[in-house]
Design a protein around this ligand. Structure first.
Ligand code: FAD
Length: 626
């Protein structure tokens, strides 16, 4: 087969889905090569842009490096460049810095904000449909509140502290929702009263969140009003100036910030690509997401308008982007392999609209309606599922860190309870104490009369000892029985306590092995030789763990293993209630305790750097094909 070049333009949800599908399908076909071109070296996780714009999460939390996403896809080349032209006659894509021949082309360059020609939006408004937009909004809001805090003119100060979001769709509602959470923080940081900050959500039509069922949308509306958002419906905007906006009803609202989320149109970079345009400039396709003019050209995601889905095409949402991307990819696969292609089969699981970090309204699978905290959890589960399905384990970790664990001002679903930037210095004494306790325990196991290394069986498993016969027990068997009884049988005066009581025996967690655990242990330790090996081996492991914890080396892992050991000791009938503090201590020490006066301070960053490099390759600001 002659070599085939497939070029994908745009690494958003649609472009990434299409590229992944192509890479998988042509994994073993070395004649097919895929090139993914985007102006960024990362995929922008668009659905969380409002969180960046409102300072809930750091900038990098929505930048998913393409090199990492495609680290092991050998048939994919990444290019970071701005696409300027497509020549359908010569089958060439031109970028600012190069030219790329293609046999098949997928356009997935997304959408952009549509101001419907409203005067002043371009000059004075803020759109929220790219990473750069989000950064601009965040910096503007921070600077404006800081300047307002020093403004003596009451009217000007009020205008500066009035923030308007235009558009009652999910982007607009999610943005104003985050502003609700940000308001008290901005106020505190700038020493002003939060009530001075006015939040307005403006919608031209009579209702908001029209993709949800009315009862769900009404819940969202009530929540926003309760939180002090001035929600205005049926109020189209006629003009935006540097310090005002005017409404169709004649109202004039002084404000320095209007965030425009009221509409979308196709990415205007594609407007001179000589392709048929439909509603809002979207590029028209058939049911295979194939251009009606050029058989080797496909359009996917927000940019596409599959007329088979009706006048409005597929909705401009993530699921549609992925499904259209996959359909385009599958059609190319079918064309190259000579198989029968399948048309787009749209199916949407629903919507989750978050209004700040703790409240969401969800309508999923048509029948599940959630609101409040459960809606928020659903949203996080959907995001995590996305990373799971794209096999982006690194980003599951990063997402969890940004959204749950390294999050400021309580802006996470648990009001900050699971997130704290703490000083781990205070856990250093606990770390040393805990490690010492394990070392003391091991000291008795390696020397003295109770040593585990002198060939005597110490494990209290009954099947390891010779059975005592009625005709007269041998001396060895008698000794073994005694050992087992001492270890496993309950002393008569045992007593439950988390401390020793003089003259009493501490109480074991499990006096006898649970039967399922006995079967497992019998399998792994069937006889005396194995048991002798295991007791010595386990002691060495314990010493190694204790030393690691003491030195703060792999502290998280070492403590996690000690928890596992405690569980094993409990089930084996070798652990007492008085030592129950140990697993809880280990849990506490897993909180980065080895980073303070411990080797993890150097070792973990070193490992992150080298393992990351080995697995993902270099992080680059610009990817290029050559
Ligand atoms: C704040 C916000 C919240 C949202 N919330 C949700 C939600 O909760 N659920 C949901 O389903 N959807 C949501 N969406 C919509 C969703 O993000 C989009 O539908 C989705 O991103 C569309 O994917 P796409 O691949 O078509 O386009 P995009 O994701 O926009 O990707 C387009 C890519 O093309 C690249 N590109 C553009 N022009 C060029 C050029 N000239 N040269 C090179 N590269 C170029 C861009 O850099 C970008 O990477 C939200 C969007 C926003 C902004």
């Amino acid at each position: 087969m002659a070599e085939k070049n497939i070029v994908v333009l745009g690494a958003g949800f649609a472009g990434v889905a299409a590229t992944r599908r192509l890479a998988k399908r042509f994994k073993k076909n070395h004649d097919v090569h895929i090139t993914l071109i985007d102006r960024h070296s990362y995929m922008t996780y668009m659905t969380e842009l409002h969180e960046v714009a409102t300072d809930r999460v750091p900038l990098e939390s929505v930048q998913y490096d393409l090199g990492r996403l495609f680290a092991h896809k050998k048939n994919v080349s990444l290019v970071t460049d701005n696409v300027t032209k497509v020549d359908h006659d010569k089958n060439v894509v031109t970028t600012e810095h190069g030219r790329y021949n293609y046999d098949y082309l997928i356009l997935a360059m997304g959408a952009e904000s549509n101001d419907f020609g409203t005067p002043g939006v371009k000059e004075h408004g803020f759109s929220l449909w790219s990473f750069e937009d989000a950064v601009k909004i965040k910096e503007h809001i921070k600077a404006t509140v800081a300047a307002a805090a020093l403004e003596h003119d009451e009217a000007k100060r009020k205008a500066m502290l009035t923030f308007v979001v235009v558009g009652g769709g999910f982007t607009g509602v999610e943005t104003i929702g985050e502003m609700i959470d940000w308001r008290p923080i901005l106020a505190k940081e700038n020493k002003i009263d939060p009530s001075e900050i006015t939040l307005i959500l403006d919608e031209a039509v009579p209702t908001i969140l029209n993709m949800l069922d009315r009862p769900d949308a009404d819940l969202a509306l009530r929540f926003m009003k309760k939180k002090g958002v001035d929600v205005r419906t049926s109020t189209p905007i006629t003009e935006i100036g540097a310090d005002y906006m005017t409404l169709k009803d004649g109202n004039h609202v002084p404000t320095h910030t209007v965030i425009w989320t009221a509409g979308l149109k196709a990415n205007t970079d594609t407007s001179d690509f000589d392709m048929e345009q439909g509603r809002a400039g979207r590029l028209v396709t058939n049911e295979f997401m194939q251009s009606k003019q050029y058989a080797n050209t496909y359009v996917a995601g927000d940019l596409s308008l599959n007329t088979n889905e009706g006048d409005r095409g597929t909705p401009q949402i993530v699921e549609a982007a992925e499904q259209t991307g996959n359909t385009a990819a599958e059609h190319i696969v079918a064309t190259i392999n000579g198989t029968t292609p399948k048309p787009l089969k749209s199916s949407y699981s629903g919507f989750v609209v978050s209004i700040g970090a703790h409240y969401s309204v969800a309508n999923v699978f048509g029948s599940i309606h959630l609101s409040g905290w459960f809606g928020t959890i659903m949203k996080h589960m959907i995001n995590l599922l996305y990373f799971f399905t794209t096999f982006a384990g690194y980003y599951i970790f990063q997402y969890s860190m940004h959204e749950f664990f390294r999050n400021r001002h309580g802006r996470n679903p648990f009001w900050g309870h699971i997130s704290r930037y703490g000083n781990v210095l205070w856990s250093v004494p606990a770390r040393i104490f805990y490690a010492s306790m394990w070392l003391v325990d091991c000291w008795y196991k390696i020397q003295g009369s109770g040593s585990w290394f002198n060939g005597k069986l110490r494990l209290p498993f009954t099947w390891l000892y010779p059975k005592v016969t009625t005709s007269g027990a041998s001396e060895a068997a008698g000794t073994a029985k005694k050992a087992v009884e001492t270890a496993a049988a309950a002393p008569t005066n045992e007593f439950f306590s988390l401390s020793y009581d003089y003259g009493k025996q501490p109480m074991m967690i499990f006096k006898h092995l649970p039967s399922w655990y006995e079967s497992v242990t019998k399998f792994f330790i069937p006889n005396k030789q194995t048991a002798l090996f295991m007791q010595e081996f386990m002691t060495i492991v314990e010493i190694a763990l204790a030393v690691c914890i003491l030195l703060g080396l792999f502290t998280w892992l070492a403590n996690a293993i000690t928890i596992g050991l405690v569980v094993v000791f409990c089930l084996s009938g070798m652990f007492y209630w008085v030592n129950m503090w140990m697993p809880f201590m280990a849990l506490a020490l897993m909180n980065g305790s080895g980073r303070a006066f411990g080797l993890d301070f150097w070792v973990v960053p070193w490992l992150q750097k080298h393992l990351g490099h080995w697995w993902y390759g270099d992080l680059k600001s610009i990817y290029s094909k050559n």
